[in-house]
Design a protein around this ligand. Structure first.
Ligand code: UDP
Length: 328
């Protein structure tokens, strides 16, 4: 009998790549998504498969899945500052109520539950690189608070289910990850820069571009998550690529890669934008035997080719069509 896994946020960037990986590993996969920010194009290739099923459902409401479940991976959440501004309450609900519903489902099915946490639990970090022991520097009422605090609550709730109910749980703290199937218009820096280059617009650097990020290619990220799920480790673990660069350098890399003749323009730095971010991955290396394999140059090339292959109209879509429907 194949193992059955439920993946929430399945139509999103990370969720869809996770579905691919579990199908490859011979699992029966149930993908769930309410399609606020997810896109069925990301799952189209899986829909005809016998061992893949899609449920159109909002996990912030009661979740029912019939039959056995061996694993649950909770990846449903908006994940960019622009999305948090547009759907703040949904962002809070999916991290809190959604997680609660899924933990209940995991208990009922005796399934192992992995939650997608984030480097945002460290806020604008005062410790660099960030280790799992650092408690973070988060503004609960700032624009990122709806995401950061939902994710912090999610970790607390998950640990409580682990210690109180003895549920098998895993917590991954995901650092900036990129690759094909990112949403072009979600405001994240990589699709923003590549989209601008492809449309012939100037690249918008927020602030002076001296803030740093460390970008992990999606296949590496998915491999880290898979290893964590299969391990015995129950405390939070960082998965990301420690190769850190400034946003200004990153813009220069995108300009070179895309061959755009546009220039960079500077705009205001958004409030509470973290000034530096780099994961300490000692734990992932020692406990999971994991380290990232894909260089940024290679990963960026694959990602650029993906964006280039999209229908021209997609490049100019500004707003996600489903946002209004879900405002509550
Ligand atoms: N950023 C930028 N120009 C853009 C979009 C983002 O300079 O058009 C900056 C943003 O201010 C941040 C960094 O790039 O400092 C990464 O932003 P992203 O939203 O991708 O990720 P996060 O801030 O959540 O790490």
């Amino acid at each position: 009998m194949k193992k059955r896994v439920l993946i929430t946020g399945a139509a999103g960037f990370l969720g869809s790549h996770l579905c691919d990986r579990f199908i490859k590993e011979n699992f029966e996969v149930i993908g769930m998504d309410n399609l606020i920010t997810g896109n069925m194009d990301n799952l189209e290739h899986l829909l005809p498969l016998e061992h893949f099923t899609f449920y159109h459902q909002d996990v912030s409401n009661f979740v029912h899945v019939s039959g056995q479940l061996d694993y649950i991976l909770h990846f449903a959440s908006p994940a960019s500052p622009i999305d948090y501004l547009k759907i703040p309450i949904q962002t809070l609900k999916v991290g809190s109520l959604g997680t609660h519903n899924l933990l209940g489902l995991a208990r009922a099915k005796n399934a192992r539950m992995l939650i997608a946490s984030t480097s945002e639990v460290y806020g604008d970090p005062l410790v660099h690189p960030q280790t799992e022991e650092y408690y973070g520097n988060v503004n609960p009422i700032g624009p990122r608070g709806v995401y950061d605090e939902a994710k912090r609550f999610q970790e607390a709730l998950t640990m409580a289910y682990h210690t109180y109910h003895g549920l098998e749980t895993r917590i991954v703290r995901i650092f900036n990850t990129y690759g094909p199937r990112m949403r072009l218009n979600d405001g994240r820096v990589l699709p923003a820069f590549i989209g601008q280059a492809l449309r012939g617009e100037d690249l918008t650097i927020f602030g002076d571009g001296s803030q740093t990020r460390s970008f992990c290619y999606v296949d590496d990220q998915v491999d880290g998550i898979f290893r964590l799920l299969m391990s015995d480790y129950t405390l939070p673990i960082n998965i990301g690529n420690p190769d850190e660069i400034t946003i200004k350098q990153f813009a220069e890399e995108v300009i070179k890669l895309t061959g755009t003749t546009q220039k960079v323009v500077y705009q205001d730095l958004p409030k509470d934008d973290p000034m530096q971010r780099q994961p300490n991955i000692t734990k992932a290396k020692e406990i999971l035997g994991w380290s990232p394999k894909v260089d940024r140059a290679d990963g960026l090339k694959i990602t650029f080719d993906y964006f280039k292959s999209l229908p021209q109209g997609k490049l100019f879509e500004k707003e996600h069509k489903n946002f209004d429907k879900y405002q509550k």
